[in-house]
Design a protein around this ligand. Structure first.
Ligand code: F6R
Length: 261
């Protein structure tokens, strides 16, 4: 696991965008894994800028989102399919149908979850997965207690996550659904490169556990310690509880230029 501490989310976003730009230059049909929420917004803004400047095209790429609320009507602005289109994919040149997400309004939820796993596998798996992290250590919506071997399935959101996400629902926690469909921890672990972005002191404990805690279902993100290629990009606030912060700074300062993230 490589931890890169940057002064702010925008500086981290430029590094992630560099990595995605290089990936798409090498493999224009690469498969991206996309998170919703606030953490990746700076990355998406940077990619949109580079697309508008003619530096990067998504025309042959495909993308899979991580998760979806269950039960929101199709036109609801917080449905993650609508969110990712508004925040990112609708502002670049993905081909129609190239961006997929779990269908939280399907009549048969277990079947739609199995079909989603099959679609990711049929695309050849995810080359680069962007992740945020919840204050309770969830990745995608794998809440504490999630099986470390889980695949896409229905989950119940914790009260903490529903409170955290109420800001997207006009501050009304009762408007936040209780259930979601989410890629499992094993699904995320199958991605070839995982890039997790986090900023702010609210994420500091979760980032500390992710990087330095014992691997446990209590902090689901800790499963990433078993992944061979994870990059954690944090600002100073999110890094503020890392015991090894100085070492991570030294490693990054001495990193060979050819290595990338
Ligand atoms: C969203 C997702 C979640 C968020 C997490 C952090 O698709 O999978 O795991 O990444 O809840 O949310 P923000 O970035 O809004 O703090």
């Amino acid at each position: 696991m490589e931890v890169v501490i940057q002064p702010d989310a925008e500086a981290g976003a430029r590094l992630v965008a560099d990595e995605i730009e290089q990936l798409l230059q090498a493999r224009p049909d690469a498969v991206l894994g996309l998170a919703t929420g606030s953490s990746p917004l700076a990355v998406y803004a940077e990619l949109i800028r580079r697309h508008q400047a003619g530096r990067v095209s998504f025309a042959r790429a495909r993308a899979f989102t991580l998760d979806e609320y269950v039960g929101l009507p199709p036109e609801h602005p917080e449905r993650y399919r609508n969110v990712i289109e508004r925040d990112f994919t609708g502002q670049v040149d993905f081909a129609p149908g190239a961006v997929q997400g779990p269908d939280g309004s399907a009549a048969d939820l277990p079947a739609t979850c199995a079909a989603y796993e099959a679609a990711i596998a049929a695309a050849g798996g995810v080359d680069l997965q962007i992740l945020g992290i919840g204050t309770d250590g969830h990745i995608a919506f794998n809440e504490p207690g999630s099986s470390l071997a889980s695949r896409t399935r229905i989950k119940t959101l914790t009260e903490q996550t529903r409170r955290d996400n109420a800001r997207f629902f006009g501050g009304d926690v009762d408007a936040v659904p209780h259930h979601c469909l989410t890629q499992g921890l094993a699904t995320i672990m199958s991605a070839r490169h995982v890039v997790l972005v986090a900023s702010g002191t609210g994420k500091a404990e979760a980032v500390h556990q992710l990087v330095e805690g014992a691997v446990s279902a209590l902090w689901p993100a800790t499963i990433l310690q078993h992944h061979p290629h994870v990059t954690v990009l944090v600002d100073e606030d999110a890094a503020s509880r890392l015991r090894l912060a100085d070492y991570f700074r030294q490693v990054y300062a001495a990193k060979p230029a050819w290595q990338g993230l």
